[in-house]
Design a protein around this ligand. Sequence first.
Ligand code: 5RP
Length: 236
Amino acid sequence: MTPDDMKRQSALKAIELVESGMRLGLGTGSTARHFVDLVGAKVKAGLDVICVPTSIATRIQAESLGIRLTTLDETPELDLTVDGADELDDHLQLIKGGGGALLREKIVAMASDRMVVIADLSKRVPRLGAFALPVEVVRFGWRSTEDWVHSCIEEAGCSGPVTLRSGPSGEPFITDNGNYILDCALGRIDDADMLHDLLKSVPGVVETGLFLGIADTAFVADENGVVTLSAPINAA
Ligand code: 5RP
């Protein structure tokens, strides 16, 4: 089974949660893409759902599949968001933002009664941090913000290079919200709450890719099937 087959298996598990009448958040990335395809197929077969995409890319995909879309301004509360992750640990703490959509992904997930993560086994880690933590920052004064990000990293007991994310032709990557992303290659994050809180106290930081206490369930696929992980009761 290829990693892509596993992504589809986890998406197939998540689609079982979807019922007519639901308001859904649609995640971003190659795993979420499978879920959106499955929603599209069900819509063609008569499923009645209304969805909020977490990125322009997902909006374009959903529109092409005939999925009825709304915004959080029109529909501020959602029933379920299904999204991928770059890393998840046993407590369902996540790193997200590899695709650059972390801000909208977090806003949409927080507007939802439930966030369910879909992933292949490669995303499951004993401790967060091997994947560089994306931090979305406003463009104005980003170099000063970067200095503050370094200070926060140190104060949280972490270390590692911070890099301005580049697009395909080497220019800075711009998020759907017009911001930059600083990728923080920390290796390990021992106190994710502390790091997140410190980073959020910096004025130029818009959001971090740490999703803490947000997801309640994860479907993680491997060669043998799909494992269901649940967040500790008081964490979600
Ligand atoms: C995008 C994300 C994605 O969910 C994350 O990068 C996982 O992507 P993929 O499913 O392609 O591995 O956070 O901002």
